[in-house]
Write a protein that binds this ligand. Sequence first.
Ligand SMILES: C[S@@+](CC[C@H](N)C(=O)[O-])C[C@H]1O[C@@H](n2cnc3c(N)ncnc32)[C@H](O)[C@@H]1O
Length: 355
Amino acid sequence: MAGGKIQKKRPQHTQGIGGGGITFEKSKGQHILKNPMLVESIVQKSGIKPTDVVLEIGPGTGNLTKKLLECAKSVVAVELDPRMVLELNRRFQGTSYASRLKVIQGDVLKCDLPYFDICVANIPYKISSPLTFKLLSHRPMFRCAVIMYQREFALRLVAQPGDSAYCRLSVNTQLLARVSHLLKVGKNNFRPPPKVDSSVVRIEPRRPLPPVSFKEWDGLIRVCFNKKNKTLGSLFKQKGVLALLEKNYKTLQSLRLSGNPEGIGEEKEITSEDVNVLADTGDDISMMGTDRDNRDEDEEMDTDSVNISEGSTFKDKILEILRQGNFLEKRASKLSQVDFLFLLSLFNKAGIHFS
Ligand SMILES: C[S@@+](CC[C@H](N)C(=O)[O-])C[C@H]1O[C@@H](n2cnc3c(N)ncnc32)[C@H](O)[C@@H]1O
């Protein structure tokens, strides 16, 4: 026979065999952390206290779980794959850790999460966005989450105005939490290695959350990030946008006239449902532009100055608001959270609503 290599055939959906003889399934994002130094570093950076309840998502064979159990009061681990659950129980059975580990078998996106102080996880990347917003809508709020993401997703989470990765995901996440990039992680730290590089990110929910209607915020942000390189002036001139805003404006006017402005101006408690409005962040990864906006973030928000003259067309009203806030020629890619909050307050003061 000629010297060609004989290639063993593997099922297409699998890659590699784990320590307990488990075949890792790519479709479940099973890329196990194999570098103990990296595991140590992640746990160290998460700042776990001995009194903390830690939530781990996707514990797999338990490499991270073991280190978490060494530092925390207890660990609740949510795992989809029953084979991993068996392996995990087998690994810790009869050890001093067993009584402090609770394993929930199921899909983390579908199950009710228990109380936790900190979340530490090397997650399947395909659930990155829904999982992040599920965590951020969890009550009571946790202290912090330290999560491994695909590098591109992580860069979008932490992106600042002017960064190429700045997008709806960045502004929506940063409205709810402080996010910071902790570690770059190469493919070879995993078994089997994934196709993409990874990054560990810290997420600390803001307390209190900004007093803004998330429906209103989401409506504004969707318009502003709809065409990434367009000025707000041209985005708000679009027929569809004007039609929606005018409809909302007229509905509000008639509610006011009938003396029934339902919920308008009412301060209400922010619920999980409110936060979930922001969860559908789409796939808007590539914001262009590199310059930072120079607005002074402490600038006072003088929203009383907006005055819509009744004779003008609705389009004129909108453009006047943008002009008064100096937003006509601005692009979403360079606007900060403070800018967006300011713009939203200008619109709302003028009776213009996005939801
Ligand atoms: C990237 S591996 C991490 C394994 C382990 N934590 C480690 O770092 O070595 C992701 C784990 O999440 C599990 N998983 C996948 N989808 C899940 C879901 N929807 N809910 C809970 N666990 C899931 C997989 O079975 C796998 O064990």
